[in-house]
Design a protein around this ligand. Structure first.
Ligand code: F2R
Ligand code: MG
Ligand code: MG
Length: 303
């Protein structure tokens, strides 16, 4: 298979597998679970990632009104996927006539959400715009604004999309350099909290103490307490998709989401062949997710 195509598929399948693996550990403390009981059922993270991909494909690029409608349609079909409180509130406002880019500004007393929901679903944007950083940031933030108006939620989405794009573009036949990967990310971010966390990621690269990792990077539902942790999990185990996602979900906390974001980056780096077959074969709606990745790859070739 074409290497870039394999990486597109690896990214979306990897994200869904990370979500499914982490689902049972969301809200737990550190664990050492193995993967024998992989159930393959994913949550809102993958449900919304599918919505982002579906809309980008149908509109051949970003259209906020359309993507909001796709989110609402998908949510109404399967509201039991484990959504947090913010997105359904936004969906109700949009349905009652509030413009798609305005509704999210009304959450959390007008501050908007800095939850990790805009970042957990952004992988398709990182794939489609991997060749154009300015466009990648613009679309990562624009898709985030449908539900997340807080600038830290949007910066988390842009950072996660850029990590996916960088991982996608690395040629695995050369030695991987985590320091240059992190230098690119540090140059990309605008907010001090993310720059600070990325410095911590580098300091902790050879740390064996997971409690310290959680204490310093976080494993929470806030974008700044989860996107850097996913980047760390990938870098800590850059040679193995399996090791990276198991490390991520075993950190506990927002395990499905940190698992999904780690799986997206690691899958974009390694490609689909590096993901264990027992996970791929047990994944809910695997064929549909693969088809979405293939269509994104076709569109990206034409850009
Ligand atoms: N909802 C969950 N997990 C809850 C348990 C689910 C259960 N196991 C089940 O299956 O039913 N997980 C999913 O939600 C997270 C993504 O959340 P999102 O989309 O960002 O939502 P929201 O509501 O915008 O933000 C989440 C929380 O963050 C805090 N927060 C955000 N902005 C805030 C602000 N400006 N001020 C104060 N707090 C803010 C709030 O606590 C929000 O509720 C993922 O984990 C996904 O898996
Ligand atoms: Mg979830
Ligand atoms: Mg979660």
């Amino acid at each position: 298979m074409d290497s870039l195509k394999s990486k597109f598929i690896g990214c979306l399948i990897g994200s869904a597998i990370g979500d499914a693996l982490g689902r049972r550990f969301e809200g737990h403390w550190l664990s050492d679970a193995l993967d024998q009981e992989f159930m393959g059922r994913w949550t809102d993270d993958t449900h919304m990632m599918i919505g982002v991909a579906e809309s980008l494909i149908e509109m051949k690029g970003f259209d906020g009104e359309h993507m909001a409608r796709v989110f609402i349609r998908n949510y109404e079909m399967e509201p039991w996927r484990g959504y947090a409180s913010g997105p359904p509130r936004v969906f109700r406002m949009i349905k009652s006539g509030v413009r798609w880019a305005e509704a999210s500004k009304r959450l959390f007393g007008g501050a908007g959400s800095y939850g990790n929901g805009a970042a957990m679903r952004v992988a398709p944007v990182g794939l489609l715009y991997h060749h154009d950083i300015a466009k990648l940031r613009e679309v990562a933030e624009a898709q985030g604004k449908i539900t997340h108006a807080h600038e830290l939620g949007l910066e988390g989405a842009a950072l996660q999309a850029y990590a996916v794009a960088l991982a996608l573009q690395i040629d695995r036949s050369f030695d991987f350099d985590p320091h240059s990967f992190l230098a690119n990310l540090r140059n990309f971010v605008h907010h001090e909290i993310y720059r600070f966390k990325l410095v911590k990621v580098e300091e902790l690269l050879s740390c064996e103490d997971r409690k310290r990792v959680v204490r310093e990077l976080g494993h929470g539902i806030e974008a700044f307490n989860s996107v850097p942790t996913a980047i760390y999990s990938f870098l800590r185990h850059s040679r193995s998709f399996q090791d990276a996602v198991l490390y991520a979900v075993n950190l506990g906390g927002d395990a499905d989401t940190i698992g999904a974001m780690t799986g997206a980056i690691s899958g974009a780096y390694h490609g689909i062949e590096a993901i264990p077959e027992r996970w791929r074969n047990g994944l809910e709606r695997k064929d549909d997710i693969e088809k979405l990745a293939e269509k994104l790859w076709e569109i990206a070739k034409g850009f």
